[in-house]
Design a protein around this ligand. Structure first.
Ligand code: NAI
Length: 340
């Protein structure tokens, strides 16, 4: 395996590229910040248009992980790996074994887990080569629980009560998280409008006579009190924000805002936005359970505390006249700065 250091700028501590021709493996590991602890972040397997795109993704995602972990109060830093998918890799097994060797090369400074395009089964292969893997069970039920708590916080802030009974919520994306979250919201008495690119997934989560399936293209503008994005990023932009009919937006998708100015656009419309990386930290917190030997009880309490963090962010945003997105960044940056 050939490993070379890249020097894309000063913000990241270390960025390495690895290549193992026999396995058809090419990957980048970006370590953004380890002031609070080892850099943690999943492994993305993706077909990129260019190596520059793969690098940009690794840099952006590793930075986001630092912010997510810091805001959640975890003793972890931020990192990410991206495996550049192409047709040449020998087998999935060889690919992830090679990845395990690359992770091992960093000696614990970076700890990986599953992400888009990879599964906990892939991580079991990585584990044969290195101990520095956290994602050995499906994190989505934990992420869903955290999003549920974040929604309760937004409800308290907006409507003065955590109670979601009889609230109508528009859920975009009925995959791992969307489906788990739908059950929690239904148990809490909410009514759902749901959409998925795959109609069958949407139909699977609805209760006859109570919830409704909405066409995927219509979910952002559905008449609901809350919009819950659990599909892909970039869903809140200059085109969709003017069409929203909700009062709160809280969901699991990463990078929901297409650009930072979208936080201002939401605020200008009087819509309360619960920052994505605060709401969706449950999966990372579950990784901490594995890394630091936390009990299930401590895991649960820490995930449930997303509620308190979210309320703190809403209060801080109001006190300073800034958006919740800016207040979340401020919280994360203060923790990273204090650890420096
Ligand atoms: P998933 O792939 O299981 O589900 C995503 C669902 O969204 C799929 O059913 C897909 O068909 C649907 N979808 C895609 N585009 C859509 C559109 N335009 N309209 C309606 N539906 C659409 O993914 P998962 O694990 O449920 O994650 C959802 C989001 O949460 C992703 O953005 C992911 O990055 C983020 N996330 C996931 C975590 C986890 O623990 N799985 C942790 C933190 C963030």
């Amino acid at each position: 395996m050939r490993i070379t250091e890249l020097h894309p700028g000063t913000e990241h501590e270390l960025v390495l590229q690895a290549e193992d021709e026999r396995a058809g493996y090419r990957a980048i590991i970006a370590i953004h910040n380890t002031r609070l602890g080892p850099a943690c972040g999943g492994t993305r397997l993706w077909r990129y248009d260019s190596d520059a795109d793969a690098l940009a993704d690794a840099l952006r995602l590793s930075r986001a992980m630092s912010y997510k972990a810091a805001a959640a109060g975890l003793p972890m830093g931020g990192g990410k790996s991206v495996i550049i998918a192409d047709h040449r890799h020998a087998s999935r097994e060889k690919l992830f074994q090679a990845h395990g060797r690359f992770v091992e090369h960093l000696g614990g400074r970076y700890i990986t887990a599953e992400d888009v395009g990879t599964s906990h089964e892939d991580m079991a292969i990585v584990r044969r080569e290195t101990q520095h893997v956290a994602g050995l069970r499906d994190p989505s039920p934990f992420t869903a629980r955290g999003v549920f708590r974040a929604l309760q916080a937004a409800a308290r802030r907006r409507w003065g009560t955590d109670d979601l009974r009889d609230r109508t919520l528009a859920l975009q994306g009925c995959g791992h998280i969307g489906a788990a979250l739908a059950r929690m919201l239904q148990d809490a008495g909410a009514r759902l409008l749901v959409a998925d690119m795959d109609d069958a997934r949407a139909r699977r989560v609805v209760r006859a006579g109570i919830d409704q399936v909405v066409p995927a293209g219509a979910i952002t503008s559905a008449a609901a009190q809350g919009f819950v994005p659990c599909a892909l990023g970039g869903v809140l932009d200059r085109a969709t924000i003017p069409t929203l009919r909700c009062e709160i937006v809280v969901g699991a998708a990463n990078n929901q805002l297409a650009e930072p100015a979208d936080a201002d656009r939401l605020a200008a419309r009087g819509i309360l936005y619960g920052p994505d990386y605060i709401a969706n930290a449950g999966g990372v917190i579950d990784g901490a359970r594995y890394l630091f030997g936390w009990t299930e009880e401590r895991n649960r309490t820490t995930i449930d505390a997303i509620y308190d963090t979210m309320l703190e962010i809403f209060a801080s945003a109001e006190a300073q006249g800034i958006t919740p997105a800016a207040a979340a960044d401020q919280l994360a940056e203060a923790r990273l700065g204090a650890a420096a």
